[in-house]
Design a binder for this molecule. Structure first.
Ligand SMILES: [Fe+2]
Ligand SMILES: [Fe+2]
Length: 191
C-alpha cells in the first residue's frame, strides 16, 4: 500500500496532517497480537483511520471527537487471535486501550472504550451500551456508527463485492464509497 500517494489525494487534504500524526502513533506505539494477519493488518487500520477522519470531517465533528475516532481506529483490531469473526477481539482491544492509553499521553475516554469494545458486535448491542453508559458522551452512538462505517469502507479488501452499502449508517460514509473503492484498487491491491 502506498500511503504517501493516498495521503496526496485531493479528497484527503482536509485530514492529511491529522492522519499523519495518528499513523505515526500507530506505527510507533501500537502492538498487534496477530502479526501474520492477512485481513487485519496495520494497513487495514491505516485505511480505517483515514475513513474515520474523513467521515468525522464531513460530520463536522469537534477535535475531541476526531481524537476518539482516531484512537478507536488504531486500537480496534490489535487483539485479534485470528482473521475470522473472533468475537471478543473488541473487548480485548478495549482492555489494551485502557491499559496503554496513558503511554500515548492521552486520557482514558469511556466513549472510546465502548466503541472499541462493541465494534465487533451487532449495532443493537453497541448502541445499547453507548446509550446506557452514564460516562459516555451524548454523541457516543453517532461516533460508534461513524467508526463502524469507517471499518466497513475497507471491506473492498475482502472482495469487490465485500461492501454492502445498504448497511452503512451515516450519509458521509455512503458518499465515500467510490473513494474507498478507488483507494483499494489503485493503491493497495497487489495482485
Ligand atoms: Fe475488528
Ligand atoms: Fe477492522
Amino acid at each position: 500500500m502506498d500511503i504517501e500517494k493516498i495521503l496526496l489525494l485531493p479528497e484527503l487534504q482536509p485530514i492529511r496532517e491529522r492522519a499523519k500524526e495518528w499513523l505515526e502513533v500507530l506505527n510507533r506505539d501500537i502492538d498487534f497480537w496477530h502479526k501474520e494477519s492477512i485481513m487485519h493488518t496495520k494497513e487495514h487500520v491505516s485505511r480505517v483511520l483515514i475513513y474515520a477522519l474523513l467521515i468525522g470531517h464531513h460530520l463536522e465533528l469537534a477535535e475531541a471527537d476526531l481524537n476518539i475516532l482516531s484512537t478507536a481506529a488504531i486500537f480496534h483490531d490489535t487483539r485479534r487471535k485470528n482473521d475470522g469473526l473472533d468475537v471478543g477481539h473488541g473487548k480485548r482491544a478495549a482492555e489494551y486501550y485502557r491499559s496503554h492509553v496513558q503511554v500515548l499521553g492521552l486520557d482514558f475516554n469511556p466513549t472510546c472504550y465502548d466503541i472499541i469494545y462493541f465494534h465487533d458486535r451487532n449495532d443493537k448491542k453497541g448502541i445499547k451500551a453507548l446509550s446506557h453508559n452514564p460516562q459516555a458522551q451524548s454523541n457516543g452512538v453517532l461516533l460508534y456508527q461513524a467508526f463502524k462505517d469507517a471499518d466497513a469502507l475497507d471491506r473492498f479488501r475482502l472482495s469487490l463485492f465485500g461492501l454492502d452499502v445498504r448497511y452503512l449508517r451515516t450519509p458521509p460514509a455512503l458518499e465515500l464509497v467510490p473513494l474507498a473503492e478507488r483507494i483499494w484498487l489503485d493503491y493497495c491491491k497487489d495482485f
